[in-house]
Design a protein. Sequence first.
Lengths: 192, 811
Amino acid sequence: GAMGGSASLIPRDLLSEYQELTFLSKQEILLAYKRFSELLPKEERENAFSARVPKSQILTLPELRANPFQHRICHVFSTSETRDDSMSFEDFLDMLSVFSDSATSDVKSHYAFRIFDFDDDGTLDRKDLEQLVNCLTGQGEESRLTSAEMEQLIQNILEESDIDKDGTINLSEFQHVVSRSPDFASSFKIVL
Amino acid sequence: DGSDDNEEGSAVENEETAKGTDKGRKRAAPRTRRAHARGRERHGDEEDEDDEDGTRRAGHRRHRNRRRGQAAGNEASDSDMEPAKARKNQANQKSKEDDEEEEDEKGGKGGKGKNEKKGDKKPDKKGKKEKANKKKKDKKKSGSGSDSESEEEPITEEELAKLKEEVEEKKKLIATLRNKPWKMKKKLSVLKEAQLFVEKFEGALGKGKGKKFYAYKVMMTKKWMKFQRDFENFKTACIPWEMKIKEIESHFGSSVASYFIFLRWMYGINMILFGLTFGLVMVPEALMGKPYGSLPRKTVPRAEEATAMNFATLWDFSGLAQYSVLFYGYYNNQRTIGWLKFRMPLSYFLVGVGSIGYSFMVVTRTMAKNANDDGGGDDTSFNFSWKMFTSWDYLIGNPETADNKFASITTSFKEAIVEEQESRKEENIHLTRFLRVLANFLALCTLAGSGYLIFFVVRRSQQFALEGLENYGWWERNEVNTVMSLLGMFCPTLFDVISSLENYHPRIALRWQLGRIFALFLGNLYTFIIALMDEINLKARYLLSFTMFDEKIVKYNMTIWEASLYNGTIPENSTAPPIQVDPADVPRGPCWETMVGQEFVRLTVSDMMTTYITILIGDFLRAVFVRFFNYCWCWDLEYGFPSYSEFDISGNVLGLIFNQGMIWMGSFYAPCLPAINVFRLHTSMYLQCWAVMCCNVPQERVFKASRSNNFYMAMLLFILFLSTLPAVYTIVSIPPSFDCGPFSGKTRMFEVISETLEHDFPSWFGKVFGYASNPGLILPFILLMVLSIYYLNATSKSYKEANLELKKKLQ
C-alpha cells in the first residue's frame, strides 16, 4: 500500500546511493521516507527532498518524544543554514543511519560526543557534564542531584576519563571510554 | 571561485589567465580529462609537498582550478552531466567548508580524522582538500606516474598497475563511506566522484589482452554486490515479529526486549531442527515407508484399539499417536525404502547426530560473536563514565518508561556516589559472612530437597504403572510432570527470599540467583533422567530378564503362535501361502525408546501448559484484580501488595534454556519434539508479547541484559552438552530394542554406519575408513587437537596482556 507508493517516489539510483551511504536497508529507507513525508503538510509532500521539517514537528515523533537529548539530536544532525534546527530528508536519513543497529561503534561515539557537547566547543567541560547529568535525572526538582553530589560525580568522571588531565574530555578520550562499554552500541539505538 | 581556499588565493589569481586557455583545451576532450584531472588533482595536492617538478605543479594547479571552474557551473559540457551533480558539488564545497570549519574549531587533540587533517595541513599550506586525499597519502609516489594523458597515449604496464591500485583505493573508499561521520551531501558528492573515476578507469584499464575478461569480471563483481545487497534486504524483511519487539523495546527498554530477541533466535534454531527431522525423517517414512497397519510395530495392539482414538489417549501421546511417525518405534529397520531407495535408518541416525552438531555450531558461533562485541568485558574502571554516557536507552519511546528510567538513573548515580565514599568503611564482616554461609546452606537444602522429591515421585509413578494406570486418577498419572513444573515455579521465589539474607550488590545478587536457579533446573532434569533410566532398566530387567534369551523366547512364542494359526501344521517349506495375520494381534516386544520419547513429549507439553496458566493467572488475573478491586479495597493495591507484576527476565530465559535442553535430549527418540517446540515457541511469542504489554509494568531496577548475554549463551552451551550425553550414551552402549525402530536387529545403533559403508560405498572407502578409525591414528589426532587448543589459548593470553600494557600506556 503506502510502501509501494513511496517506492515510486524515490528515484532508484538515489535509493541505491542512500543504501550505499547509510547503514539502512532499502525497507528502512522507504519507511523513513514515509514517516518523513507524514511530518510535512500536505502541499509540501511532493518535494519531500527539498523540504525541511521544523524542529517542533520532528519532536513529535514517538521515537524522539521521550528522549532527554531530543533538542541536541536535532541540532547535531540539522544542516539548516538558518540554524533553526530544521531537518531535511537527508539529515533525517543521516540520523537514522547513525542510530541504526548496524552502525559501527566509531560512528556512534563520534555523534554521541557531538550530542553531549552542549556548547558545541569540541570538548566536554564541566558545564557540559553538569547539563548532561541534569538531562539524565529528569525534569523534576526532587530528582536532581544536590550540588555536592554533582561535584563529586563530575570529579569521579573526570578522574576516570580525562587522560591528559586538562579538565575536559575530548573526542578521543570519549571514544576510548565509550568503546569499552558493552552497553553503548545497544543502547544508542533508534529504530523507526 | 574565490570563495574557497583563502591560502591559495594568490596562486589562483596567477592562474587566472591559464584557466581561460585550459577551458578551451578542455572542451576538446571534456569528460575524461576532467575526471582524470580530478584524480590527478588529488595526487597533485600531495605532490606539491614534494615539489619535484615545477611544471607539474603548475599543471596541477591548473587542473585544480579547472575543477573549481567546473564546480562554478559555467562549463557548457556540464550540461550533459546531471545538473544536480554540479549543484551538489557546489553545495558540497560549501558544506565541506562548513564541516572543515567546524572540525577546525573543534580542534583539540582531535580524533583520527582530525589528526590526519592536521598532519595534512602542516606540511601543505594549500589548505582545504577532500578527506579522500588522506587515503592517497601512501599513493603519493604512485600518483606521480599518472601524469600522462590516458586517452591519447598507450598506457605502460607500470602506469596500468598504478591506475589499478587507484581504482581499488576508490572502491575501498566507496565501501567505507558510510563509516565516515560526514553530512549526507558531502558523502553523496564524494561517492559520485569516486564512482565516476572508477567507471572511467575501469574502462581504460581494460585495454589490452585481458580487456574482455576484465570487463566481464567487473560486471560480475557488480552483479554480485547487487545480489548481496538485495539478499541482505530480503533477509531483513524476512525477520518476523520486528514490530512487536520494537513496541516492547519502546515501552520496557532493551533488557526486556532482549528476552524476546532470544526467544526469536531460539525459534530460528528450532525451525531448522524441525526442517531436518520433518523433511528427512518423518516425511520419507510417511510417504515411502510401509503404511500404518502393515507391520506389528506400526499398528495399535488389539488390546488398546478401543481407546486408541480417544482424546485423552491422544493427549497422553499413546494410542494412535504412539504408533505413528511421531515416535521412534514406528520406523522400520529396512535398509532402503521406496523407489528412491531412501536409506531410512542411516537418515535417522545422521539427522539425530546432525541436529546436535548444528546446535553446537550455532551456539558457539553466537558466543564468539558476542565475545567480539563485548570488547573489554568486565571492566569496572569506567563505572561513572559509563553511567553517564551509556545509561540512557534511546529505544524508549514511552513517557512513563522514560520517567522510570530517569528515576533509576538518579538512584544509581546516588548509590554509586555513596558506595564510592563508603568503600573504605569497616563493616561487620563476621555477621555478613555468617549470614552468607547460612544462605548458601539453605539454598543447598532446597536443591537437595527438590532432587529427592523428584526421585520419590518418579519411583511412585513406576509403582502406579506396574499396578496399571487405569486405577488412578489424573493426579497420579501426571504427578511427575506437575511436580517438576511446580518446583520450577516456586523454588526461584524461595531463592529470592534467601538472597535477602546475603546483602550483596544487586548485580552480584542477580548472578547468585541465576546460578542457583540453574543448579535447580539442572538437578531436576538429571534426577528425572536418572530416575527414568532406572525405570527403564527395571522394566527391561522385568520383561527381559536375560536380554538375548528373552528375545529368543518372544520370537519362539511368536512362531508357536503362528503355527497355531495353521491349525497345528507347521509348513515344511515356505511355498505355502502365509496366513493373513492382522498385525494388531501379534505379540510385541518392549520398546523403551518410544517410552522415553513419550516421557519427554509429555514433559514438554505439561511445561508449556504450566507456563501459560502461570501467565494467565499470575499476571493477567492479578492485573485484573488489582485494576478493578482497587476502588473497593482498604489499601492501594497498585502501589502496595500485590501491585502489577514485573516481567521476570532471568526466570523466563532460564525456562527457555531448559526447555530447549529437553528438546535436544528427547528429539532422537521422538522426531516430533522439534515440531511441538516450534508450535510452543510460536504461541509463546504471541502470548507473552500480549501479556507483557497488557499486564506488566516496567521494572524499577533496570538491568542491562547485554552484560549477561554471554552468560546465557554459556549456560545454553553447557545444557546442550549435558543434553547430548544421554543420547550419545544410548547410541554407543545400549542395544536397541529388537522389535521396534529403525535400528532393530542391530547390536548397537551406530552399526548403521558400518553397514552403509559396506553396501553403498566402494570397497576401498571402507578400507580407508577402517584405517582412519584405527586407535593408532585417532590418539595422535586427539593429541594434536589438545596441543593446538593449548597453543591458541597461550596466544590469546599474550594478546590480552599486550592489550593491558597498551591500556596502561595510554593512561
